[in-house]
Design a protein. Structure first.
Length: 533
């Protein structure tokens, strides 16, 4: 990934890295508000970039009057640039709108029915949140697909669009400068997924089992990349026409916090800097809550101890002097951040029990604790780390075990889990309503290949095997004939007995023994009795 030199784009990329780290922790519900704040910041930045880009084509139109015939291709290219950016942003918005509606009221529109809205007594809206903000099914099914390895979700379509239009943007730049701008262009598909051990493609890496609210900042980051690339190419075309003849066209304030969600006792830290359409010379004055702060390289450092939980706001005011006209322009904006308490949780992903002999998936979350500082330890249980926040627990003896979390300022916390053996399987002869005993047609009976052990209503990936059983045939007015069968499949003697089946015969399967994962010895299962009809 190329490293942009513009402070605005650096801020966007840093915010995106913070989001990625948060997602790697499999964050809990406590930080959904932080994700919302991050998403709002990215939306604001994208709007600033879009407004900035809309000014440049008008400048190009003025400049081509000097040489209409020679410079017209650059004006035409500027139209194409904006069209490419519009197509990409509209495609991203269509994906987001579909998921919001599908996880909301599903009426085909993004409206109030897709949100939880809280009103005061006067009927004024106090807050709103997406109904499907925690929905992981819509992101996985729509973006990744039912088979992640096949890469047939909407994420693949978006990936191909980005790759295609990146080339279209580059083709608008003269060949002599194309290599230089290839390095500058931030619109690209991040190939970090290739370093992942369990993710098969870009869509699988970014969207699989991600809550809807956690994917929205990713899409807005992509829109920022589109708008930044649009601006990069438009400024190139502007320079080819003779360059900008204005100092700046407008600006806004951008807050770049280290993180929007902090723990009580920590410091809230943020960079406040000017997001301008072009480089702004002259003196800049920035005040926060009325107090002027020292400006260095167009930005100030703001920090405050987070001594109270809840949502907090601060007001920033920027004054800038145009060195050409001497005019002073003042802009103000309000920003917010949330302060919370540290908390943690451990949950068995399948059920609140650990089973002997199988992988027990465990999700570990600790809101407000960095992943590299979180210590996860098992007492009586072996933990195999799969990824950040994901473990497989292995247990060997029935009873109770503990998973202990500590580190990162978190008080040592133990979570108890019960340990059980895998439940007894059910011996079955084929499938169907009478597979566990009863009346069976002779043709159906003869078609069976042996007994197998079925784990009913057990969600884990485990298989039990039949060790042995005694098969007895009692024919009509005949003496019983039996055979001790080793394994589940019928041996030669059992096969002969089965093939002799005729209406009126009885077959008994008893002394059935099966072995499941984690068992040191076989289990005895209930007998089966079949009457041949």
């Amino acid at each position: 990934m190329s490293i942009p030199k513009q402070p605005r784009q650096l801020m966007i990329n840093l915010m995106y890295l913070v989001l990625t780290a948060m997602l790697a922790l499999n964050v809990s519900a406590e930080i959904f508000q932080a994700l919302k704040s991050l998403n709002n910041g990215l939306e604001q930045s994208a709007l600033i970039l879009e407004n900035s880009n809309n000014v440049i084509p008008k400048k190009i139109e003025r400049l081509i009057r000097k040489d209409p015939e020679g410079l017209k291709p650059y004006a035409d290219a500027a139209v194409s640039v904006q069209e490419y950016a519009r197509i990409l942003c509209d495609s991203i918005d269509a994906i987001v709108d579909y998921m919001i509606d599908a996880s909301g009221d599903g009426n085909g529109l993004v409206d109030d029915g897709d949100y939880h809205i809280i009103y005061n007594e006067a009927g004024d809206e106090l807050s709103r949140s997406l109904k499907g903000e925690k929905n992981k099914d819509i992101t996985t099914r729509f973006l990744v697909g039912t088979e992640p390895m096949q890469d047939k979700g909407k994420g693949r379509v978006l990936q191909d669009l980005i790759t295609t239009y990146r080339e279209k943007f580059l083709n608008l730049i003269d060949e002599a400068s194309r290599e230089e701008y290839t390095k500058k262009m931030v619109l690209e598909i991040d190939e970090s997924w290739k370093n992942s051990a369990d993710k098969h493609n870009w869509s699988h890496y970014n969207f699989y089992q991600m809550p809807l609210a956690a994917t929205l900042p990713i899409f807005n980051k992509l829109k920022n990349d589109v708008r930044a690339t649009e601006g990069l190419v438009l400024n190139y075309l502007l320079n080819q026409c003779g360059g900008d003849d204005e100092v700046f066209t407008g600006f806004n304030i951008i807050s770049s916090p280290r993180k929007n969600y902090v723990i009580r006792g920590e410091k809230y830290k943020a960079d406040l800097f000017l997001g301008a359409y072009n480089e702004v010379p002259g003196a800049i004055s920035i005040k926060v809550d009325g107090k002027e702060l020292p400006v260095r390289n167009g930005r100030v450092k703001y920090q405050k101890i987070a001594d109270r939980t809840g949502v907090h706001k601060f007001r920033a005011e920027v004054s800038i002097r145009n060195p050409v006209t001497g005019k002073i322009t003042v802009e103000a904006a309000e920003f917010e951040y949330e302060v919370g308490e540290r908390s943690c949780n451990v949950a068995a992903e399948k059920m609140n029990v650990l089973y002997i002999g199988v992988d027990n998936p465990i999700a570990v979350t600790a809101a407000g604790v960095p992943s590299f500082e979180l210590n996860v330890r098992g007492e009586g249980v072996k933990l195999e780390k799969i990824s950040n926040g994901k473990f497989n627990a292995h247990v060997h003896n029935p009873g109770e075990v503990f998973i202990v979390l500590s580190g990162g300022g978190l008080t040592r916390t133990s979570f108890p889990f019960r340990v059980k053996k895998i439940p007894d399987p059910v011996a079955s002869l084929g499938i169907g309503p009478n597979a566990n005993g009863g009346r069976m047609k002779s043709g159906t009976f003869k078609a069976q290949q042996g007994l197998f052990a079925l784990l009913e209503h057990f969600d884990f990936d485990a298989k039990c095997n039949i060790m042995s059983y005694r098969l007895t045939r009692v024919g009509y007015r005949e003496d019983p004939i039996d055979n001790l069968n080793k394994g589940g499949r019928f041996d030669k003697m059992s096969r002969k007995l089965i093939d002799r089946a005729k209406p009126g015969d009885f077959y008994y399967f008893d002394d059935i023994k099966a072995k499941c994962p984690g068992d040191s010895a076989g289990r005895k299962l209930p007998a089966l009795v079949f009457k041949i009809i």
